[in-house]
Design a protein around this ligand. Structure first.
Ligand SMILES: Cc1cc2nc3c(=O)[nH]c(=O)nc-3n(C[C@H](O)[C@H](O)[C@H](O)COP(=O)(O)O)c2cc1C
Length: 276
């Protein structure tokens, strides 16, 4: 008789994949050099000219003009409008902070259940973003800094119940500042106005959710999915007149620890600053 295998409890991520994940992490001792490299690119006319003109070199090929976007339906007009409004905002209002109402709108427009299926069909509920195999490896965490209706702290967003669940509270703003310095290099990096952002979102992946089915290829799907969610967050903030900016340079280990990750298959992929 064929042996019944429980794939959920078998190793599904190869050592070389873990090596890659480790190699792609940023540690605090590397932050200075990393920042210097970024500044070197951004302050150089030579690099910026190359970046702004990069394209795939095709040589000669036939070209066809796309037609103008005349008379598109209202929903398409709204999307077109949002696409044009979307941008990375790095400075936030020193006085006006986002409210719990703003945050509730933001989260439910960014990542939400859109269709619940009959539980007997064993189908996961559909969400606003596509997911390889419907396995949804990403969880969204919130670090509250200035939303006055919530305690200072770290929350996980439960999109099934529309609740924020408090994982860790900070007694003092100073303790939160220390955590932001340690995890997001808030003091070391001058790219974003960290102190006036109302909150930070963190996209973390439980890779095993995807890899138990797709093996190492599932890592790709998880990374792609974080990209989908962050784009949805950008569009949501544009629609609500909020400001947001993705944050890719952070202390992976420290941020993972802050949101309560304990296993190597749990990794932080991206953060986002949110404010007015
Ligand atoms: C994966 C990723 C990581 C990013 N990390 C940072 C970051 O650490 N700091 C920052 O200021 N902007 C960051 N950004 C924002 C980009 O710099 C920005 O999207 C890009 O310059 C294009 O500008 P726009 O978003 O205003 O169109 C990141 C964006 C992405 C998608």
């Amino acid at each position: 008789m064929a042996k019944v295998r429980n794939l959920l409890f078998e190793p599904c991520i190869a050592d070389v994949s873990y090596d890659f994940l480790e190699q792609s992490k940023l540690y605090s001792f590397q932050a200075k050099e990393y920042g210097e490299r970024l500044n070197a690119v951004m302050s150089s006319d030579y690099f910026m000219r190359h970046i702004s003109q990069h394209s795939i070199e095709l040589g000669f090929c036939e070209e066809y003009d796309l037609l103008k976007m005349d008379e598109i339906p209202p929903l398409a007009q709204a999307l077109n409008h949002l696409n044009r409004l979307r941008n990375s905002q790095r400075n936030y209002d020193q006085i006006n902070k986002i409210s719990l109402q703003d945050l509730s709108h933001f989260l439910q427009l960014s990542y939400t259940i859109t269709q619940r299926f009959d539980a007997s069909l064993l189908m996961p509920p559909r969400r606003n973003i596509p997911s390889g195999g419907g396995l949804y490896p990403i969880d969204v965490y919130l670090i509250n800094q200035h939303i006055t209706e919530l305690p200072l702290g770290v929350f996980i967003y439960d999109l099934f119940t529309n609740k924020l669940k408090l994982l860790h509270a900070f007694d003092l703003q100073e303790s939160l500042n220390q955590a932001l310095n340690k995890t997001l290099f808030a003091q070391q990096k001058n790219d974003i106005d960290y102190s006036h952002a109302s909150a930070f979102l963190v996209l973390g992946a439980e890779l095993e959710r995807s890899c138990f089915k797709y093996l190492d290829r599932g890592i790709r799907w998880a990374i792609l999915e974080a990209g989908e969610i962050v784009q949805a967050m950008y569009l949501a903030s544009a629609s609500l007149d909020l400001g947001s900016c993705a944050i890719g340079g952070f202390n992976d280990e420290a941020l993972a620890q802050l949101i309560g990750y304990q296993n190597p298959s749990q990794i932080t992929l991206l953060a986002l600053a949110l404010g007015k």
